[in-house]
Design a protein around this ligand. Structure first.
Ligand SMILES: *Cc1c(COP(=O)(O)O)cnc(C)c1O
Length: 824
């Protein structure tokens, strides 16, 4: 009873209780009074105040899941990109308004304080952000879940733009302390590397002993993941490596970014730094170590949890847990679970394989053959000798099954082998597929293409394993948190907030699409988001944007297949029209780009330089500066995404058809009322079907046409010859117009376009430019535009990550919600 009273003072949600708790935390955690507290101190104090309000729910959830022996989904992901936690947790707890009042009474601006929170940049982009959206939906839908990953000390690098080029600096997100994590020194597992194996007999039984030459400890760091307006709090458990023996330092030389972190990585530990993706493949040993490290820690942890239960025979493991592999990064888990079951827990091969196959599911995220992970056999032999033995045995038994089904088809056997044709590489996607009971793609089109292309032979073997789950995004973070004015307007119109949990209810907005007064308010709300972003840009980048122009936005990783340079060609084309025709009346546009290029991806970095160089010309030229404005927004991350998506009028989703697995940025834009200009790629196809073909700007060749053109032989220069505006635009780059006469700077990019053009910009240019013309025409009619925008939001419900998680629960995981009571 006494503790109950204490609880109310310490974790009550009234303004008074919040104020007392905040001041207590400021003093007892940060050792500061109000008058000597820095903004960082105030942020920490508020973060602890909010965290305090999650902890009972957090512990009660764990207790109840254990008591109910609830089936739990373990989401294995090398990346999580959760974004700042503070505001999200306040929204989920329903205390944002009281906290705002509390801080106001203390003379503190809550928004300044929220801006203090660093970005937990533990992911590259879409894949990591997807994992975070899924964690959010799992808690909101009250599904028992653990996210397992790596606690990188340095997340994705920070991007600065200097002289128009990307410059990488190391991210130090843990520098000020991380109030959201709880270190669990008692939850620690040894992880072995290297050494040799030997066969022994123990009590007459055949055993393999692995004697490593290196052992690293993995320590758990736990972050609570709250659900929206409920008492379920799930667990994100990230592993931190602590060397317990010194290990060999090796020559490691992969360019400047790596050089900068080189010493830290090798002298300290495995969880030091996140690898940027899209790097030229280089068999990075440390990355394989990271993958194995987190797979082994997580599986050992799950077995520990499982074995505390009274009747814990490990054959029952798949009834308690299902593991979702987010891409192939954790695929080594399949082999590691076999090792743990056989070598450590003494199951027979057949029992171990039965458990393993029934425990895993795998999500494929890419069709790009160069992005399919392989590891050199010699690296496995050196680092994971026992796993190499197990892989050979798994493969031998697997190929027996293949021979049975396909008889003497040697092509099939070679294609289906875990070891590639050269005998030198291990194919991780094969391990993931062989060890999983379900394999999913991430959009309808992608799942179809997976079956026809990258995993074609595996599909022929096990068609029943293949399913689709179209990606989704969380409306809590990407609408309620980041676009409060729009969320309020929707709430006012619908008269409730049920749509936050059930996004299909946005359909009720359809009736508002034709309502002139509502359109007016919708437009005002969107303008206010453009004003907010413009103010931020003015203060931080000393560039003035016109909030009455159309904000045309492309933010995502920089990659040739995503075709930011096609967008750039459009800007040059508009510029040329303005220069050559003073009467041209194209409506003013603000082009906003954002996204990081992998440090070793020269062409992507050159694309950034091209965009900033075009900006330098277009933003200065008196002929164009009031009509076109180009901004490269540095260091795009979740935090910045919060202010960018709401300010967008036009969403650029212009990848070459057949290249983008799903995309989730497309969903976030549309949820915030932006209209899409896009190709029939990834989830664009489904978005267009949902929002209505009239409310989507479609252009470009289809995936099927792309394949056909490739087959016939693609000649980009034929397209250039046929389109004067394309020829002119490329010519302007080639002749150094954007590079002070330097004709060498962009030569690799121009040569690529005119020579191979692997992503067919030239083939899609004409269609893109015409489509952009239609966009401009539509923009001239504000009522028409607002109508389309409202309909986009009204019909976007399918793309909630809640729907995606329900799909996984019903079709793949067979998991049911467990409601945690407020006072259990
Ligand atoms: C949503 C998101 C992405 C993914 O964007 P796509 O357009 O789907 O490639 C990448 N980075 C961040 C920070 C995001 O929020």
């Amino acid at each position: 009873m006494a503790s109950k009273k204490h609880e109310q003072i310490r974790t009550g949600n009234s303004v008074t209780a919040l104020k007392q708790a905040f001041l207590d935390n400021l003093f007892y955690v940060q050792a500061r009074y109000m008058d000597d507290a820095s903004p960082g101190d105030l942020y920490q104090a508020l973060a602890y105040t909010v965290r305090d309000r999650l902890l009972h729910h957090f512990n009660n959830s764990a207790k109840q899941f254990k008591y109910d022996a609830a089936r739990t989904i373990c989401y294995f992901s090398a990346e999580f990109l959760p974004g700042p936690h503070l505001a999200n947790n306040m929204i989920n707890l329903g205390i944002l308004d009281n906290v705002r009042q509390m801080t106001a009474e203390l003379g503190i601006n809550l928004d300044t304080l929220l801006a203090e929170e660093p970005e937990p940049g533990l992911g590259n982009g879409g894949l990591g952000r997807l994992a975070a959206c899924y964690m959010d939906s799992l808690a909101t839908l009250q599904v028992p879940a653990i996210g397992y990953g790596i606690r990188y000390e340095h997340g994705i690098f920070k991007q600065e733009i200097r002289d128009g080029w990307q410059v990488e600096t190391t991210d130090k997100w843990l520098h000020g302390g991380n109030p959201w994590e709880i270190r669990r020194p008692g939850i620690v597992f040894p992880i072995k590397f290297g050494g040799h194996t030997e066969q022994t007999r123990i009590n007459g039984k055949f055993r393999v002993r692995w004697t490593p030459d290196e052992i690293v400890n993995g320590v758990a760091y736990d972050t609570p993941v709250s659900g929206y307006h409920n008492s379920n709090v799930n667990l994100l458990r990230l592993w931190h490596s602590e060397a317990c023996e010194s290990f060999d330092l090796q020559a490691f030389n992969k360019g400047d970014y790596y050089a900068a972190v080189h010493d830290k990585i090798y002298s300290e530990n495995i969880s030091k730094v996140l690898y940027p993706n899209d790097e030229p493949e280089a068999g990075k040993e440390l990355r394989l170590r990271q993958q194995y490290f987190f797979a082994s820690c997580s599986l050992q942890d799950m077995i520990r949890i499982f074995l505390v239960a009274p009747d814990g025979g490990l054959q029952g493991f798949p009834q308690k847990f299902v593991i979702q592999l987010n891409d192939t990064h954790p695929a080594i888990s399949v082999v590691e679970l076999m090792r743990l079951l056989i070598d450590v827990h003494h199951l027979s091969w057949d029992d171990a394989w039965e458990v393993t196959r029934n425990s895993f599911c795998y999500t494929n995220h890419t069709l790009l053959p160069e992005a399919l992970e392989t590891w050199p056999v010699h690296l496995f032999a050196k680092l994971l000798p026992r796993h190499l033995e197990l892989i050979y045995e798994i493969n031998a038994r697997h190929l027996d099954e293949v021979r049975l089904q396909f008889h003497g088809d040697n092509r099939k056997i070679a294609a289906l082998s875990i070891i590639d044709e050269s005998g030198k590489y291990i194919r991780m996607a094969h391990i993931a597929c062989i060890g999983s009971s379900r394999i999913n793609g991430v959009s309808a089109l992608h799942s179809q293409l997976v079956k026809q292309t990258v995993l074609h032979d595996l599909y022929d073997l096990w068609p029943q394993k293949f399913v689709n789950v179209t990606n989704g995004v969380t409306p809590r973070r990407f609408l309620v948190l980041s676009n409060r004015p729009l969320a309020s307007l929707i709430k006012e119109r619908l008269g409730h907030e049920e749509w936050v949990r059930d996004l299909n209810q946005l359909r009720a907005l359809e009736s508002a699409a034709e309502d002139g007064a509502f359109q007016e308010r919708w437009r005002a709300t969107q303008r206010s988001a453009r004003v907010r972003l413009s103010n931020f840009v003015h203060e931080n980048f000393a560039l003035d944007l016109d909030p009455d122009s159309m904000f045309d936005v492309q933010v995502k990783r920089i990659h040739e297949y995503k075709r930011q340079h096609l967008n750039a060609l459009h800007i040059i084309t508009l510029y040329n029209r303005i220069k050559h025709n003073p009467h041209d009346d194209t409506p003013p546009r603000t082009f906003i780009f954002g996204g990081k290029a992998a440090p070793g991806y020269a062409m992507a970095k050159l694309m950034i330089k091209l965009i900033t160089s075009i900006g330098d010309v277009v933003n200065r030229d008196p002929a164009s500066r009031d009509r076109l404005r180009v901004l490269f927004f540095p260091n795009f991350n979740v935090k910045h995404a919060h202010s960018i998506y709401p300010a967008a009028d036009l969403s650029e989703q212009i990848s070459l058809a057949g290249m983008e697995a799903s995309g989730t940025g497309n969903m976030k834009f549309s949820l915030n009322g932006a209209l899409t200009i896009g190709t029939l790629d990834g989830a664009n196809v489904e978005i267009r079907d949902e929002v209505g073909h009239d409310n989507f700007f479609l252009f470009g060749h289809t995936a099927e046409q792309v394949a056909a053109i490739r087959n016939e032989g693609y000649h980009p220069w034929e397209f250039v010859q046929r389109n004067a505006e394309l020829a002119q635009a490329i010519d302007l780059i080639r002749t150094g117009y954007f590079s002070h006469g330097d004709t060498e700077l962009f030569r690799p990019l121009v040569d690529q376009l005119m020579g191979v053009d692997p992503y067919m910009l030239c083939a899609d240019f004409d269609s893109y430019i015409n489509c952009q013309q239609q966009v401009s025409e539509a923009w001239r009619n504000p009522d028409h535009w607002a109508r389309m925008s409202i309909l986009n939001v009204a019909r976007i419900g399918k793309f909630s990550s809640d729907r995606a998680i329900r799909d996984y629960c019903e079709n793949i995981w067979h998991i049911k919600p467990v409601l945690v009571g407020a006072d259990s």
